[in-house]
Structures are given as C-alpha cells and as structure tokens.
Design a protein around this ligand. Structure first.
Ligand code: SF4
Ligand code: SF4
Length: 489
C-alpha cells in the first residue's frame, strides 16, 4: 500500500540537506489517510492547539507530521517528564483529515473587543495572509488579496489596520545591525534568526546550549505590538490601556508567543506590566470565519491601503512570509549598512535562498566584512542536521534562518487547509505572489521604509539603541530540563 506511512518513511531516510523537500513530498493523496494508530498528546492547557476527541479517528496523521516533518514527537524519551512537549506549530492541524485538531479558537475575544465602545481595536496582518486568505473565499491558491483584506477588516469594525510587513522591515533594521556586530566582533556566530516562535521553542527544548546564537530580536508580530502600545499610542494620543491589539497570523505558535510572560514591553514602559503587547492572535482560518460571520465576502471587495503610521512596507518585508525571505531581506540591508549603497541586483533576486529545497546554502561578499555564508532551513527535521553541525563546530555558516513550517509561514499551521495534506503546489502558488509583490515594489529593502525611519527619528533613535533594546529585543528560556532527548530516533 502506498500511503502516508510509506512516504514519510521514505522522507526520513532521505539525507536532509540533500534532495530537500521533494515536489508533493507530503501530497500522498493515494490511499490517504493510512491506518496508523495513535495521536499526538495535546493537553487542555495548550495555548495554541485544541482537539475535539469526538472527531478523532486515531489515524495517526498528526503523529506522522509531528515526528517526520516537525521532529518533535518521538524525539524525547517517554514517559513525559513534566509537561507535554509541543512547539505549537500547528502542522498537525493541517494534516488531520477530520478537522479534530484545530487552533484554539479566540474569535469571541475579538468580537467582544469590537463590540466594546471603550476600546481602540487595532489589527496587524502577517505577510503570508495576503496570499492565502482568498482561498477561504474560493479564490485560487496564492491569490493576492492584500487590499481586499484591509477593506474587510475595516468593515468588520477594526479602528486601524496595520501591516506586519512594516515590522518585518523594523526587524531587519535590528537584525541586520546585530548580524554586522557579530560579524565584526566574531562573537556568537553563526547568527540564528528568531522570528519563528515554533523554532524558538524547539531550540529552547532541544538546543538550549546553542541559545547564545539566537538573535535577540523579537518577531515582527511582537515588535509591532510593542510599538503600537507605545509609539502609535503617543502619536495618536490614545492611552495604551485602551488599545486592544489583534494579530492575524498564518501561525498557531504565535498564539503561544503573545502569551510569553516577557511580551509586555510597552506595559513596562508605561509602568503597567499587565498590558500585553499583543492581546489576541487569530489564524488566517479564524479571520475567514470572523469575516463570514459578519457576512463579508472578501472576493467582492475593493482595495484599501494599510493605515499609517505602521502600514508602509517594502518588498523585503513582504518576502518574510516565504522560506529564505528573512535571509534575503537581512542581507539586502546588511549590504547597505556596511557600504551605504543600495544592494546589487543579484541580492534583489537571490535565487539560491529561494524555493522549497530542504536546506539551502549561499554566500555573499559584504565589502569590508568579507564572505558571508548563509543557510536556510524550513521544517525542523532538516534543521536538526544543520544544528548538529553547529553543535559539533563543524560548520562555517555565519547566518542561519530557521522556520518550523515547510515553505515558511506561507505553509504555516494556521493557513487555509486548501489541500489535505498540504501540497507543494499550494505552497509554490503562495510564494510566487509574495515574490511578485517584492519584484514590483518601488522599495525593495527595509532601510527604505520611511515609516520605520520616522520611528527611529522620533522615538527609538537608532537600531540597537537602549530604547530599541527594551522594546524590540527579548531573551529566551532553557527548557531542556523539561524533556530527555532520545539518543537515537
Ligand atoms: S503543534 Fe506541532 S509540535 Fe505540537 S503536536 Fe502539533 S505538530 Fe506536534
Ligand atoms: S514558520 Fe511561520 S507559521 Fe510556522 S511556526 Fe514559524 S512563524 Fe509560525
């Protein structure tokens, strides 16, 4: 029988970093789902993932993806030590054939905020939403609905609609500055990206010894949240306590991330640590349900631009949604920061870091700095091979991008379940339109974002300044004591 079990077993034996993600690697339509018994452990305190036991048929698809794509289940010794190991990536929600596993539904919290006369309700939408939300409204995979989703959110009652691509540009200003500091001092190389909360929690569990390599930059979601309840609040004369901050993400792990205790930077600045930088995260699927419950048909709407002062974005901010996008964006700005010149055309279409190969490698000459070697991983099974090389000091990479989900956020665990299980055709269609947006953008690099530059001029002063460090940077925890990794899987 050809089924998920057989195909996934084939993946496991495929050398990671070699052939990478094969087309349709997980598109095992024939005889799918197979009869693999069991399921991943999900407890009721999981902030991101929920399961309806009445729908679960114990087919084992969630086990397969959690083990062979995400590489969490099966990578620790049983019995479980003191918590149920989960990085909240939500890939199990994409594979579950009956819809028993879903995100933790938080639509009601948003509806309550929208109904409240006292609250100024803001929303940010991640780069990957604009090429996936349309699929929930019967548009073809990858359809670009950026302007329509802004209109839809306004119709739903949000007071301001911001673009997480704006804060992706902000992230790049901080992260490229951090990278250059590390490159010039030789400290904590290779530099690991930190914008994927699934990857971050994975590192906290399994590679806590490598934490000094993690960038201290918060994710774009959390940067925007912190800036909205400080800078935006000040610019508009709104009390931070009055702002209810919603993030629409392709991601279930972002629900976990916004609840991390340390994500209250604007509250600390205000002297009220109870204020959360982001109050609620909705997935793309939840947003579609919220719009439908309001009778809003996205496909029929005209375009509206994002709101100032957190609404401008560059092509670099938009490609954050695809694997390799963070690397390409970071290097464009790093080039500018060391040369004060725009990056060459090759860095505006850096094919070596694009696409669905499991581990991508490339290098670039940064004048005055030298050759910078990068690696890009998506899906954490392949990441383990890269991480073991770093752990054994057998690598010569300077910068490594990690994303938990295959394809990056366009393939996130909160995206529409357009194909079951997720297919590379859908991932490619979404990626193609993000790169198209970048290719046609007037501004292609983060340092060209005027609204981000205004933020520095008026509020943060400079990347890595004391103000930037307190609002935009974070720290990590060591979760290695919560599990005993398996020596051999
Ligand atoms: S959310 Fe991710 S880590 Fe958690 S059970 Fe599902 S696939 Fe595994
Ligand atoms: S790759 Fe993107 S969607 Fe997936 S866990 Fe990471 S941030 Fe979330």
């Amino acid at each position: 029988m050809v089924g998920a079990g057989a195909v996934v077993a084939g993946c496991a034996s495929e050398p990671a970093g070699g052939k990478g993600w094969m087309p349709n690697q997980y598109n095992v339509a024939a005889n799918w789902p197979v009869q693999v018994k069991g399921r991943v452990p999900i407890d009721s305190s999981n902030p991101a993932i929920d399961r309806d036991d009445t729908k679960c048929i114990l087919c084992g698809q969630c086990l397969e993806v959690c083990k062979n794509v995400v590489s969490v289940y099966g990578y620790y010794e049983l019995p479980i030590q003191n918590d149920i190991t989960c990085i909240h990536c939500g890939q199990c929600t994409m594979w579950c054939p009956t819809g028993a596993i879903t995100e933790r539904n938080e639509i009601k919290k948003v509806q309550a905020a929208l109904a409240s006369a006292d609250q100024h309700v803001i929303v940010q939408t991640a780069p990957a939403i604009r090429v996936a939300l349309g699929e929930e409204f019967n548009l073809p995979p990858g359809s670009l609905v950026q302007g329509q989703q802004v209109t839809a959110l306004k119709k739903a009652g949000f007071d301001a609609v911001f673009d997480t691509s704006w804060s992706a540009d902000l992230t790049i200003m901080e992260e490229a500055s951090e990278l250059i500091k590390r490159l010039t001092t030789g400290k904590a190389l290779p530099h690991f990206t930190s914008c994927c909360p699934g990857w971050v929690k994975f590192a906290e569990y399994f590679y806590a010894d490598l934490q000094p390599h993690l960038s201290s930059c918060k994710s774009p979601q959390q940067m925007l949240g912190a800036v909205a309840k400080s800078y935006y609040a000040k610019e508009k004369g709104i009390a931070p306590e009055q702002i209810f901050s919603v993030a629409v993400m392709p991601c279930t792990a972002k629900k976990f991330e916004c609840q991390r205790p340390e994500m209250n930077a604007a509250g600390i600045l205000r002297g009220n640590p109870a204020i959360r930088d982001v109050d609620v995260v909705l997935t793309t699927r939840e947003l579609a349900n919220l719009l439908k419950s309001n009778g809003i048909d996205l496909s029929r709407l005209v375009d509206t631009p994002y709101d100032s002062v957190l609404g401008e974005s560059t092509g670099a901010g938009v490609i954050f949604g695809a694997t390799g996008g963070v690397t390409e964006a970071a290097v464009r700005t790093a080039y500018y920061l060391v040369t004060r010149q725009d990056p060459p055309a090759a860095l505006l279409q850096w094919e070596n870091v694009r696409g669905l190969k499991g581990v991508k490698e490339a290098s670039v000459e940064l004048p005055g700095v030298g050759t910078v070697k990068v690696a890009v991983c998506h899906g954490l099974r392949d990441a383990r091979v890269v991480l073991e090389k770093v752990r054994k000091q057998q690598s010569d990479w300077h910068f490594i991008e990690f994303m938990a989900c295959p394809g990056g956020c366009i393939g996130g665990g909160g995206q529409p379940r357009t194909s079951l299980p997720p297919s590379d055709e859908v991932r490619k269609a979404r990626m193609a339109n993000l790169y198209k947006l970048d290719g046609t953008a007037v501004k292609r690099a983060s340092y060209q974002n005027k609204e981000v530059m205004d933020l520095y001029q008026k509020f943060l002063h400079a990347p890595l300044s004391e103000e930037s460090e307190s609002l935009l940077h974070t720290h990590y925890v060591d979760r290695s004591h919560q599990l005993k990794p398996k020596e051999k899987v």
